[in-house]
Design a protein around this ligand. Structure first.
Ligand SMILES: Nc1ncnc2c1ncn2[C@@H]1O[C@H](COP(=O)(O)OP(=O)(O)OP(=O)(O)O)[C@@H](O)[C@H]1O
Ligand SMILES: [Mg+2]
Length: 252
């Protein structure tokens, strides 16, 4: 059995609210294997972002803990990068300068950092836009910059919070496949939260289905579709059967 890279152990979180505590995540335990692509799907408002922020070390759990390589995670780590729902680019910095930001925070020498940032921008197909400002980019391009920024520090784990939620279906599918290629090439472990069932089926090795708030795991569905996943996979019977199974688990 492989040793998990990331683990949630009886993880729970409540927020203080007027009129009492508001439970967002209830008693969740699961493991992520090195190199796995795990998708987490759940209804709107069930606690997905809250869960991801705990996995990133950005938000302390109310109970339980998150383990990275078997050790309790107490704060954000260089090994873990996050891509948020909104790209959160700094409008006054160019594309290259936005991607350089984590490297500057980690204090890498500028020349080496710039080399890595340019390489990452090549990989996400933005080599022509290194000197552009975010206001000159489309939504899909902004998300590509956010992905390059997350990957530039060579994380071992990439956490994604509905990164393509605001994009049209075609752009989304294109970025899904690009992300799968990066995941494979860079040899990373990915945990992606989404409420899009097709997206989860297309990307994942395994899907966790969450209950309505407070989120708990209501089903775990292995995905045995062949890799590399290609566009037309969505028209196969195996894919349709899988999305049906996930949808049914969410409904029940
Ligand atoms: N910082 C906070 N303070 C108080 N309550 C919060 C906070 N963050 C989230 N919540 C509450 O926790 C619950 C879960 O929120 P969360 O954002 O995790 O859900 P989600 O599944 O990501 O939703 P969505 O599908 O809309 O992205 C919600 O009821 C929300 O109001
Ligand atoms: Mg959310």
């Amino acid at each position: 059995m492989t040793v998990p890279i990331l683990q949630a152990r009886s993880l729970a979180k409540s927020f203080h609210a007027i009129g009492g505590d508001l439970p967002a995540v209830a008693q969740m335990s699961f493991s992520v294997s090195p190199g796995e692509f795990l998708c987490i799907v759940g209804p709107s408002g069930c606690g997905k972002t809250t869960l991801l922020q705990m996995l990133a070390g950005l938000s302390p759990p109310s109970a339980g803990d998150v383990l990275l390589d078997g050790k309790t995670l107490a704060e954000p780590q260089r090994d873990i990068s996050v891509v948020f729902q909104k790209p959160n680019l700094m409008p006054w910095r160019t594309v290259l300068e936005n991607v350089l930001l984590p490297m500057q925070i980690f204090g890498l020498p500028y020349r080496r950092a710039e080399e890595k940032a340019r390489l990452m921008l090549d990989k996400v197909g933005l080599e022509q836009f290194v000197d552009a400002y975010p206001n000159a980019l489309s939504g899909g391009m902004e998300q590509r910059v956010a992905i390059a920024r997350a990957l530039v520090q060579n994380p071992r784990i990439l956490l994604l919070d509905e990164p393509f939620g605001s994009l049209d279906a075609l752009t989304r599918e294109k970025l899904n496949l690009e992300l799968l290629k990066l995941w494979r090439d860079q040899n990373i472990t990915a945990v992606m939260v989404t409420h899009n069932i097709r997206e989860a089926a297309l990307m994942a090795d395994r899907v966790l289905v969450l209950s309505p708030r407070p989120a708990s795991i209501s089903a775990e569905i292995p995905v045995n579709l062949p890799r590399p996943r290609v566009e037309d996979i969505e028209y196969t019977k195996a894919f349709t059967d899988l999305t049906f199974t996930i949808r049914k688990e969410i409904r029940d």
